[in-house]
Design a protein around this ligand. Sequence first.
Ligand code: NAD
Length: 478
Amino acid sequence: MATSFEYAPAPESRGVVDIASSYGLFIDGDFVDGSGGSFKTISPASEEVLADIAEATEADVDLAVRAARRAYTRVWSRLSGRERGKYLFRIARILQERAREFAVLESLDNGKPIKESRDTDIPLAAAHFFYYAGWADKLSYAFPGETDPKPLGVAGQVIPWNFPLLMLAWKIAPALATGNTVVLKPAETTPLTALLFAQVCQQADLPPGVVNIVTGAGETGRAVVSHPGVNKVAFTGSTEVGRLIARAVAGTDKKVTLELGGKAANIVFDDAPVDQAVEGIVNGIFFNQGHVCCAGSRLLVQESVADEVLARLKRRMRTLRVGDPLDKNTDIGAINSREQLDKIRALSEIGEQEGSERWSAPCELPTRGFWFAPTIFTGVTQAHRIAREEIFGPVLSVLTFRTPKEAVEKANNTPFGLSAGIWSDKGSRILWMADQLRAGVVWANTFNKFDPTSPFGGYKESGYGREGGRHGLEGYLR
Ligand code: NAD
């Protein structure tokens, strides 16, 4: 049976972006050779090598931190907020002008579908720069009673691979708006848009040293966060590495924000508009291949409608197109790395071994690259590992409940607390639920909606501190 229309291929052109064969580090306004080795970044959809990337050593990180310190003392902290704002507006506009280039590069290096990089990642990254540009000259009004908030100095920032440019924007925009300078390390599997962003800094005439980009893996990240010249550490990534960082900075006067993992409940009540809820479930777990910290990876569905919701969900999942990230019709792209694919496979096997029932949408997966079919597990209990651990892939664990109270208990029964979703026709129930859920963000009748004006962050093992909104300024001010 044909489950969806056959679409002719509609690939976005790769020609809009120039990828160099190798990249150095961006320190003090220039690309320089690192003192260490190099590593390759590949397209996860084809395993094609895209470029050779310098691996920054401790000595390189030291140069970057010194450059950031000089830029902070001599230039950036002396500029008025209005002048800083002008640079941020300029960067935002260049990101918009070069959006297509960024979108193609992001999809190539990360594996995410072009419709997501084009319509979500890149526009939101630009929006963050616009938003914080607006705050740069209004900091004295941001916090009642605090008329002269001061920057911290040099921010050391480490980001993950799931939203490379967007996470960069979440980190760099508020840091610069508040008068700090930055040393940022992108993830080792997705360095390319950060390096293109370095070119944007040059194009915007940003004073040298205000933004420095050092590429590398965990060791480089460790060197950034533990450098004594760093005043502020901002990290987004796994809870495991978050713990290491919290330990490394304990006893120093570094200010820290940690944005870590999640295992969000997406809760569907029997009075929810079912088709909308199904779209929300699909968006909640299959957006960005499920590589989303706030993904709705635990579906809690009210028992009386569970069969109907699951039937419609499976029907919808049969129409998802998995394949070439650069094809405009693709819904689900490649898994970001072999390592991540192995982790998703291993946890899915554990799900089966522990007794849950696995169903994957029938789809043909490309032979090269890293792929995983959209999958759901039913018959999951709270004790199962797939109900407790973050899989960070296109895998949904389905649980049921009978009463709102039971829904709350199950939703909160997790070491994480980043996000949650509620689907119901009743406003009073939504407000009551939102009040009970221990999650930083609660969406009602929608999921995975982001806006630069809205703070984002977690409770418990999901980390601390908020990014976005006025709250996002706090982490960068004294
Ligand atoms: P990860 O923790 O392995 O890596 C994140 C970054 O930290 C990478 O740049 C990595 O090179 C670096 N790193 C690794 N070891 C380090 C160390 N010892 N010291 C300093 N830096 C180190 O995480 P990942 O697998 O790249 O990303 C996925 C995780 O990120 C998921 O758990 C996800 O939930 C989380 N995440 C959270 C948010 C949020 O806002 N809460 C957003 C996106 C992703």
